[in-house]
Write a protein that binds this ligand. Structure first.
Ligand code: ASP
Ligand code: MG
Length: 402
């Protein structure tokens, strides 16, 4: 009987489960969804700033926490939320079971601090759902083939939700947070930014990589691969949402958003590409953009908040510094904030470069490279200019006032 009911995966971020009142609201929400005739999986993040606090705790003990033990520590945050939420749901009279990533069959590779999901064997979740349980899942974690507990990188609970939604053939994957969707720019900084009602997976992925918040890039990449529709909504029940799906309406704007991504580095190197390719293992820090000409390489790399990525990033930069080209020149490394416009029009509309440069004329000089990559057109600017630049791009391309 209950096997006929559609499955809904709902993910709640740290701010939604920050305290007991928040936990009770999420519990009530899950119960209401269950009582409307759905089978419900709830994926939770750690309560409030728990993950940050745990990272800090580890660094108070040692400046270089062991990666395995750090993963072990960080997964504890989500275990707290899942157990407390399961209790709160039971208190409302519905059966609920909490499960760790490992118990849900989220199998990852062995990269500590930023593991990738390779397979989801959600049999236990499926059985519990069929038995009428609301299943509460600890986000942001999995288990490797070697049975090590792993974490999926900061913000990884979104990825857990999407991966489970795909594995369970869920009807929807709903991502709840303190905002009611994805905006054309950060609404705290650009006052006339507007909510985007529908987006394609490709566009959303490009936006997330260019720094847009709300939905994690890995999660969107997984959703795109497995054709999972995402619904980004506010936990407080405000109306409105952003739907991310395979085929959004064709008549939507050609430029969807103006974004910024702090802490990026652009490497400009005029050396032997073969040498670079063998010396540099970019799989640890996948570049946002790369261009390899016979005599010149441009590589744009983002620096993530995650400690693991940070140290990989540091090693990458160190290696680059030791690689003079054939004329003995070192690579130029420029750090800054990546400022971009993103939308299906990039790559199709020929003359976006001129208006892009025009909108940013007070920020760019003739030498600043403007990079087109996929659905994104970006440049790297000093961090203190980024907000003004995003406002100028939003005004020029999305019809707002700068
Ligand atoms: N708790 C983890 C973090 O803060 C994962 C998540 O919230 O998605 O990064
Ligand atoms: Mg998040």
């Amino acid at each position: 009987m209950s096997q006929q009911q559609p499955i809904i995966v709902q993910k709640f971020g740290g701010s939604s489960v920050a305290d007991v009142a928040g936990i009770r609201r999420v519990a009530a929400h899950a119960v209401a969804t269950r009582r409307s005739g759905k089978r419900v999986v709830v994926v939770v993040s750690a309560m409030g700033k728990t993950t940050d606090q745990l990272v800090q705790l580890a660094h108070e003990v040692t400046p270089t926490p062991d990666r395995r033990e750090l993963d072990m520590l960080l997964t504890a945050g989500e275990r707290i939320s899942m157990a407390i939420l399961a209790m709160a749901i039971r208190d409302l009279g519905e059966p609920a079971t909490s499960m760790t990533g490992s118990q849900c069959g989220i199998i990852t590779n062995d990269a500590p601090g930023g593991a990738r999901i390779v397979e989801v064997r959600a049999f236990r979740v499926q059985d519990a759902l069929d038995a009428g349980q609301i299943v509460i899942v600890a986000g942001f974690q999995g288990v490797s083939w070697k049975k090590e507990v792993t974490t999926l990188g900061r913000g990884g609970s979104d990825t857990t939700a999407v991966a489970l939604a795909a594995a369970l053939s869920a009807e929807a994957c709903e991502i709840y947070s303190d905002v009611d969707g994805v905006y054309s720019a950060d609404p705290r900084k650009v006052t006339d930014a507007r909510r985007l009602d529908e987006l394609g997976h490709d566009e959303m992925l490009a936006m997330a990589r260019a720094g847009a918040k709300v939905l994690g890039a890995d999660a969107v990449a997984w959703a795109r691969l497995h054709d999972v529709a995402l619904y980004a909504r506010a936990t407080d029940g405000r109306p409105g949402e952003t739907i991310v799906r395979l085929n959004p309406p064709a008549d939507r704007p050609w430029i969807a958003a103006a974004t910024l991504r702090p802490q990026c580095v652009l490497l400009n190197w005029s050396g032997d590409v073969a040498n670079l390719a063998t010396t540099l293992d970019t799989s640890a820090v996948p570049p946002i953009f790369s261009l390899q000409l016979p005599t010149q390489t441009l590589l744009l790399v983002g620096r993530d908040v995650a400690d693991a990525v940070d140290s990989q990033f540091g090693r990458l930069i160190d290696r680059l510094r030791e690689m003079p080209d054939t004329a003995g020149r070192l690579p130029t490394l420029v750090s800054g904030t990546l400022v971009s416009i993103v939308g299906p029009g990039v790559g199709r509309e020929c003359d976006l470069l001129t208006p892009f440069r025009a909108a940013l004329h007070t920020h760019l000089n003739a030498e600043t490279p403007v990079l087109a990559h996929g659905l994104t057109l970006s440049c790297l600017l000093p961090p203190d200019q980024a907000d003004a630049a995003v406002a100028a791009l939003h005004a020029a391309f999305l019809g707002g006032a700068a």
